[in-house]
Write a protein that binds this ligand. Structure first.
Ligand SMILES: Cc1ncc(COP(=O)(O)O)c(C=O)c1O
Length: 252
């Protein structure tokens, strides 16, 4: 497998560009850029995208795969809003710029955050070993790979029964994972999936409709699950190109 250590959008294979440009000109008679997201052609695209994610990552039955918008940066807020329970507090491991940003978003939910481990003292150059999680928190959030400094959690074992939320933007699909260990995974597409424009969410169905905070409709994962990722108009082209990029990964 080829790894791209340059932060920024991913390199897409040449054959993906070729297929994608054909679809821009003609996708069953129309351009992929102008088809309705309610058309049979696009429903087939999004179903295929979900099927591929499930197949490649071996996603268990009790999880839903969503393709939303807003980037992983909106995922910071979406994850916090959807995971807050009676304690209205999330536990965060701070291992870099993106975890720091995720932590900063919590205050906008009306809930609180507690940093349970951090490598900020040495400019995020290591993964903290000691994590002490207080009692009254609702979930544990971490960033699996620190995109900017390159520090990555090799193991995701935190010795806790808390629901686990992971921002996997820059290492999802780079290795096999056991999805059943997580309650919520999110990842912006542009690093490891396809072009910018869509954000992948892998949601354990149990977490839906349990937040203790009011959630605006567009940030409510339950609404997106109910709408099959089409609560609003999905980013059609980005999802289509992601499918093309998923195909070579089927055997990874
Ligand atoms: C780990 C991680 N989280 C979040 C983000 C922010 O993603 P987006 O630009 O999709 O909001 C990035 C972007 O590089 C990232 O690497």
């Amino acid at each position: 497998m080829i790894h791209n250590f340059s932060a920024g959008p991913c390199i897409l294979p040449q054959d993906v560009f070729e297929e994608a440009s054909k679809a821009v000109k003609d996708f069953n008679g129309l351009s992929i850029l102008e088809i309705s997201h309610r058309s049979d052609d696009f429903v087939a695209v999004i179903e295929e995208a979900r099927r591929l994610v499930k197949e490649i990552l071996n996603v268990p039955e009790n999880y839903t795969v969503l393709f939303l918008q807003g980037g992983a940066s909106l995922g910071f807020l979406i994850s916090a809003l959807n995971m807050m329970r009676e304690n209205k507090t999330g536990a965060y491991i701070n291992t870099g710029t993106w975890s720091t940003k995720a932590i900063k978003e919590v205050k906008f939910t009306g809930g609180n955050e507690v940093v349970v481990a951090s490598s900020e003292d040495k400019n995020f150059s290591y993964i903290p070993k000691k994590i002490s999680i207080p009692k009254n928190v609702d979930y544990l959030h971490f960033t699996s790979n620190n995109t900017i400094y390159g520090t990555q959690f090799k193991k995701h074992n935190f010795n806790t029964n808390l629901p686990i939320v992971c921002d996997m933007s820059s290492d999802i699909f780079s290795k096999k994972i056991d999805v059943s260990k997580y309650d919520l995974i999110y990842a912006g597409a542009q690093k490891n999936i396809g072009p910018a424009g869509t954000t992948l969410y892998i949601v354990k169905n149990d977490i839906l409709n349990k937040s203790s905070l009011p959630i605006p409709s567009m940030l409510d994962l339950a609404k997106h699950v109910k709408g099959d990722s089409m609560f609003n108009t999905p980013p059609v082209f980005s999802i289509y190109v992601s499918i093309l990029n998923f195909y070579p990964r089927l055997n990874f």
